[in-house]
Design a protein around this ligand. Sequence first.
Ligand code: FAD
Ligand code: NAD
Length: 478
Amino acid sequence: HEYGDKMSQKKVVVIGAGPGGYPAAFRAADLGMDVTLVDPASKPGGVCLYVGCIPSKALLHAAHTITEASHANEYGVKFDDPQIDLEKLRTWKDNVVGKLTGGLGMLMKQRKVKYAQGVASFSSSNQVIVQLQEGGEQIIDFDYAIIATGSIPVLPPIVEGESTLVMDSTSALEIPDVPKNLLVVGGGYIGLELGTVYASLGTKVTVVEMTSGLLPGADRDLVDVLKSDLDTRFDQILLNTRVEKISEKSGKLRVTLSDLEKTNSNMTFDKALIAVGRRPMSKNLGLENTNVKTNERGFVQIDKQCRTSDQNIFAIGDVAGEPMLAHKATSEAHVAVDVINGKPESFDPLAIPAVVFTEPELAWTGLSELEARQKNWEIEVTKFPWAASGRATTMGKKKGLTKLISEPSTNRIIGAGIVGNGAGEMIAEATLAIEMGTKLDDMKSVIHAHPTLSETFMESAELFYNQSPHFYSPKRKK
Ligand code: FAD
Ligand code: NAD
């Protein structure tokens, strides 16, 4: 291994086995450290594998198939209405999760990472106590600890009493049934992804979002394209609307909504999904027995090396701040472990890709136009519409958009956004371009295979110089 000659027997405990914790434990073990990974589940995986990224994407794959089949009629291929075997769909999704978490369990054993199945809390700056799942306690003394306890859903106090008809993302992923109609509170990542799943299975979905647009913070040009599609997929999208109260009466949910003028209205739903954000899991961790500090929102405060205010304790992933994304957690994991190993690493990316796996997908990376405008930074924006893409046309996906943000003084690409089929895969090219300091004329000259959607990056750069063969814009003179 690259640091093999620096093998040490540092004792490391990693708390939480999600996409932050397990890669941290694995890398530390690969570097020869004595590692214990703690998590209440029987195998590593965390929120991402058990109740997050993976099960939701398995279900979204099914949703995608249903959507594609329904569009096929446009080109003369007609399928019957889908027959949904819910039991089989659930089993398939659970098997996907089982295969991946099982694989992690094996990889952990091969690396000789010790696993304590239970809940850890700090008793001091060099000791944690684990309440073991099987009963009893395990005391672990450590040289270094990595907190990777992730996040949990925010549950606003809007539900009167208790109702099994009100779901969070975890229970919604169980797809206990396909309700006739579903209220989704929150038009963010989870609301739109799981709303897409339920809508594809036949549920009438109403999304209620309190701000003026879906996915607040995301690029409006991209969101507008997604919204025009979701308007046809969902029953209703109510913006500038808050859910004030949800109560169960005679097997239905009575919901009180209020708009900007604070005018109330009532609606009835079969079920509701609450997806109004997540909060860090930093409580009940015994942090008061250490020097670790949290901010007013409960995120553990870290520096660029992922070190907390307690010298030997690091924090990574959702518990250590936004964006709450699995790949950000994994990247921080590698930084924290390399720092423990004595390398001068830091977490300082130019671009963290974000993907919303809706139909169509929406993805962005690096600096957004919104952020640049808020900071009063000068930028150039180039937008290439997919109506001018050969590949998009062959797929009947002409509504997409590829957008490049560049720095006028250097023509370097500093941000990108895509809405359209496969945006989640495509965004990798833009992220690499940003991290490698790629300029628009490099992007323009790199040969992209034809016909592909990735050509839209090349054509965007060509468009910047008014050299796009497939898009004529007399206004853009370069
Ligand atoms: P987590 O994955 O939250 O893992 C933390 C682990 O720590 C958990 O297993 C928890 O039980 C354990 N733990 C907590 N406290 C203790 C304790 N005291 N002792 C021991 N163990 C403890 N992100 C993406 O990038 N792409 C996606 O497609 C995506 N889809 C998502 C879909 C849904 C429905 C949800 C809910 C989230 C999704 N996310 C997605 C977000 C992603 O799941 C998180 O960003 C990611 O899991 C964070 O990783 P983590 O390692 O910080 O923590
Ligand atoms: P979110 O922050 O993405 O969206 C929450 C939405 O709810 C926001 O638009 C917010 O304005 C709205 N909201 C808040 N209170 C409301 C209220 N009372 N009434 C109506 N709307 C309200 O949060 P989420 O969807 O719960 O997801 C949590 C996090 O999980 C995400 O931020 C993301 O980091 C992660 N995640 C990522 C993916 C992915 O990468 N594809 C998928 C799912 C979740």
